[in-house]
Design a protein around this ligand. Structure first.
Ligand SMILES: [Zn+2]
Length: 133
């Protein structure tokens, strides 16, 4: 091996590049599932690979295992519309992501996430009141 070849670690080691890419995708949403807001543990192909979907950032979104598994090979937007946690802002974010407008997608997700936290807090409050009763 020529010594200059060693400079390009990413080219020599595609797995390293893949890992960096996956990390960056999770970072965009603060490690949360684009569909439901839970911790993202996987990368979901919005257009499934079985239907010709590519492993590009525009087609790959951070998802929790439950969403990723449940959605399976279905069209993401059709599947998402039927979910209990459906949020139109997230649907818009997914669409923006697919169009490659990650900045808009992240803004919409932050908007949806702030509400998610508030409703979570209310839920906890209700629960403690219930226990106290
Ligand atoms: Zn999820």
């Amino acid at each position: 091996m020529h010594i200059n070849d060693a400079v390009f670690l990413e080219d020599l080691c595609p797995k390293f590049r893949l890992r960096q890419w996956r990390k960056s995708i999770h970072k965009f949403t603060g490690q949360s599932c684009i569909y439901c807001g839970k911790p993202s543990e996987s990368i979901d192909h919005v257009l499934p690979r079985s239907q010709g979907g590519l492993s590009t950032t525009e087609n790959c979104v951070p998802a929790c295992l439950s969403c990723n598994g449940d959605k399976s090979d279905e069209n993401a937007l059709y599947w998402y519309r039927r979910q209990r946690f459906y949020d139109p802002r997230r649907a818009m974010a997914i669409r923006a992501w697919l169009e490659g407008d990650l900045r808009l997608a992240i803004r919409l997700l932050q908007w949806a996430n702030s509400n998610f936290k508030v409703s979570n807090k209310n839920f906890k409050k209700d629960e403690s009141e219930y226990k106290a009763a």
